[in-house]
Design a protein around this ligand. Structure first.
Ligand code: ZN
Ligand code: MN
Length: 482
């Protein structure tokens, strides 16, 4: 395989979660309403209308710029980007061109080598979202498309990175970190469909650059880039050229496909927006306060709760997960910290993912209840998972959720103690049922003990403490020898 260096740069469009649109008073919350119901002469771009700037949107954009270490430019300017497309009814987009809101900055990620790395940013600018095309049938073979302008005029920030990432995985980490930062700032709703859209540039060093347009999911970005790395390496290996082009990511098939050739910048004939005055934000910037951001919270989790760096990273990587952790260990539950970190970051995250559930649907009190049972030795880890699954499934079905104590009672999951007759009885039964394994054990075959222990574990349905069981099995076998 060709071991060429991978170079990735991203352009990320994020919707700012304001109540009204960027240049008019139309509401941005159209989720429950029909198409073209949140529109007015301004966001429809009718002749003679005048845009007015949404102050909150600019405040949000400045917050993002400050938290990503950018330099906010004292005087920035809106510009018209001219092109025709059915979702852009006025045939230009109001955006920022040569005088963007902010320049420079960086996002810190854990690089593929495990070390923290700063991914440099080029700029952040503010612009309006176009409308949305709804293809009847599908995008390639649909007979016609409808257009919905509810989205037209929603405030966006476009964050442009330097070509600083070295793998598809680093690109995903960049996006995760960006999303976390936006969530912590309270300026972004990651659950809104299409709230984050990505154009990705990728090249193998010394070869042409390919742009993949409009990827609308986080996982999609990593998948599309991974597909491109393989495609480009195969071309090069066969002595062919990687064309400089724009490609689309076909989510359903996991591939990229050649699209139109890229417009050159001067095709857009940018010029300053004559209906808007330049933005002067200098006196405002320092008054805009920032909340605790993901990196700071991660460090705090390490010092305050003695979380491992990895757990702290996972827990603080999502605002809701970080909040959930702190609710679980609040007050007199401080002694649950290390259990909570492991069980949230590893077990709960996996179980939620499997059920496609959000962590905010889980009652932190019930979850803490499971941890208490683990902590005081009432149940084994294996039973802990079982109890957790019952809790989640009951949540999912909208049923009344039992307390962990009740679940343990109902399913008889309490740990079988070592001096308990039940465990000894189970061991004796297994020994009686498996004479061959007992022979093997006496002959010194090491696998035989594991087999006998495993059989007993099955009989106790995972309620036995593995250490105790192991020891008791060995003693029982020994006493039999005499
Ligand atoms: Zn409007
Ligand atoms: Mn843009």
């Amino acid at each position: 395989m060709i071991d060429a260096e991978v170079i990735v740069g991203l352009e990320v469009h994020c919707q700012l979660d304001t109540k009204s649109k960027l240049f008019c008073g139309c509401s941005t919350d159209y989720r429950d309403d029909g198409p073209n119901t949140h529109v007015c002469p301004i966001c429809l771009g009718l002749p003679g209308t005048m845009p007015g700037i949404n102050k909150r949107a600019i405040e949000y954009a400045i917050k993002v710029a400050k938290s990503l270490n950018c330099t906010v430019i004292p005087e920035s300017e809106f510009a018209r980007k001219n092109y025709f497309y059915p979702d852009l009814d006025k045939a230009y987009q109001i955006t920022q061109y040569d005088k963007p809101l902010a320049e420079g900055g960086y996002i810190e990620i854990e690089g593929d080598d495990g070390k923290e790395r700063k991914i440099q940013l080029t700029r952040i600018h503010v612009e309006e979202d176009p409308g949305r095309l709804v293809h009847m049938g599908n995008a390639e073979r649909g007979r016609y498309s409808l257009v919905d302008y509810n989205r037209a005029g929603i405030p966006l920030i476009e964050i442009v990175s330097e070509p600083d990432m070295q793998s598809p995985k680093e690109a995903r980490k960049f996006l995760n970190k960006l999303r976390a930062t936006l969530e912590y700032l309270g300026v972004f709703d990651s659950e809104k469909e299409g709230s984050l859209r990505v154009d990705a540039n990728i090249s193998l060093r010394g070869n042409n650059r390919v742009e993949i347009k409009n990827i609308s999911s986080y996982k999609g970005v990593e998948k599309a880039l991974t597909f491109e790395v393989t495609r480009q390496k195969n071309l090069i290996r066969r002595g062919l050229t990687v064309e400089r082009e724009t490609r689309h990511y076909i989510e359903t098939r996991g591939i990229t496909q050649s699209a139109r050739s890229k417009e050159m910048e001067n095709d857009y004939r940018y010029f300053p927006e004559p209906d808007l005055r330049p933005l002067h934000v200098q006196s405002w910037v320092k008054d805009i306060a920032l909340p605790e951001l993901p990196d700071a919270r991660r460090e705090r989790f390490v010092t305050q709760y003695s979380c491992s760096l990895n757990h702290a990273r996972t827990l603080t990587g999502e605002l809701k997960m970080a909040n959930f952790f702190e609710t679980v260990v609040a007050g007199d539950q401080k002694n649950l910290c290390s259990l909570a970190a492991t069980w949230i970051a590893d077990t709960l995250a996996g179980e939620l993912n499997y059920r496609n559930m959000g962590i905010d649907t889980v009652d932190p009190k019930l979850f803490a209840g499971v941890l208490v049972l683990l902590k005081n030795g009432t149940i084994t880890d294996k039973s802990g998972i079982e109890v957790l699954r019952v809790v989640l499934d009951e949540h999912l079905k909208g049923e009344m959720v039992e307390t962990p104590d009740a679940i343990v009672k109902r399913l008889n999951l309490a740990k079988t103690a070592g001096d308990d007759g039940a465990l000894l009885a189970a061991i004796r039964q297994v020994i009686a049922e498996n004479p061959k394994a007992v022979e093997d054990y006496k002959a010194g075959k090491s696998g035989a003990l594991n087999f006998l222990v495993g059989q007993t574990m099955k009989k106790t349905r995972g309620c036995a403490d593995p250490g105790e069981l192991n020891q008791l099995m060995v003693t029982t076998l020994k006493t039999m020898e005499h």
